[in-house]
Design a binder for this molecule. Structure first.
Ligand SMILES: Cc1cc2nc3c(=O)[nH]c(=O)nc-3n(C[C@H](O)[C@H](O)[C@H](O)COP(=O)(O)O)c2cc1C
Length: 238
């Protein structure tokens, strides 16, 4: 979560049994940085780090998480960019395990800058983007998408990500108008691709986590339920 999930935040999460902790989203190219500045102006939290400082900043944040005694898992970084180049550059950070391409954020400023959810508009462009990252980076590659975006075919997008050689598809299974995930979209993606599916949205207790797994997710992720600093459930029970 932009402006929130930094190394310090994730270190606090290290006691809850997560296999992966994700920092970011960070704005990785000048287009995304400019969009982030506009978002800050209207009062929404964002990480405000220059392009030159980003590599070292992320490296330090990862070291902070990995130096935490309670944590033996992996660290992922969620990046917004209109081109693959800065993502490939940041993937060179030695301590980093997973690089996550953000094709998810829907703030208008980011979409206008051809970042985040804008990457879902054209499956061929997304395929090309993900292929370049996969080809040039030696880390595992995750792509975070938002489901049920008007005009976007989730299965076509999932297949493009699969064919491009990504390791994970991280699906915010948002169901507009509902306070729960769209488990049907997870089932459909599961039957269409071989990717490791990280199911996300509205996981707030053991029941919602189990439902996500029984819909076909191979893993789950939790965002808003983590913001309070105390998850209301024990992951070992899932
Ligand atoms: C304040 C805030 C900032 C967020 N920033 C990001 C981001 O930078 N990158 C991203 O992929 N998702 C971002 N998200 C989305 C969450 O990671 C997650 O996909 C969404 O909140 C649904 O999951 P949840 O129901 O567990 O919160 C953000 C969510 C919130 C509430």
């Amino acid at each position: 979560m932009a402006g929130i999930t930094n190394g310090q935040f994730c270190s606090k999460m290290s006691i809850y049994g997560f296999d992966v902790l994700t920092i970011g989203g960070y704005n990785a190219d000048q287009n995304a940085i400019n969009a982030g500045l506009k978002i800050i102006e209207r009062g929404r939290p964002e990480f405000n780090i220059t392009e030159n400082e980003l590599y070292n900043h992320i490296e330090e944040e990862i070291k902070l998480i990995k130096s935490h005694n309670n944590y033996n898992g992996q660290v992922s970084v969620n990046l917004r960019s209109s081109s693959p180049k800065p993502i490939i550059e940041i993937s060179k950070i030695k301590e980093l395990d997973i690089i996550e391409i953000n094709a998810h954020c829907r703030q208008p400023e980011l979409i206008e800058s051809r970042c985040g959810q804008a990457l879902l508009e054209n499956p061929e462009i997304l395929y090309d983007f993900v292929s370049k990252v996969v080809k040039h980076c030696k880390k595992k590659v995750s792509v975070k998408i938002r489901a049920n975006v008007v005009g976007v075919d989730d299965i076509t997008i999932a297949k493009a990500i699969n064919d491009a050689g990504a390791d994970y598809i991280h699906v915010d299974a948002m169901k507009p108008g509902y306070d729960c995930a769209d488990f049907g979209v997870i089932k459909s993606i599961k039957s269409s691709v071989d990717l490791f599916i990280i199911g996300n949205n509205s996981i707030r207790d053991v029941e919602s986590a189990r439902q996500m797994f029984s819909s076909g997710a191979d893993g789950i992720s939790v965002a808003r339920a983590a913001i309070n600093g105390t998850l209301p459930f024990d992951l070992s029970g899932v």
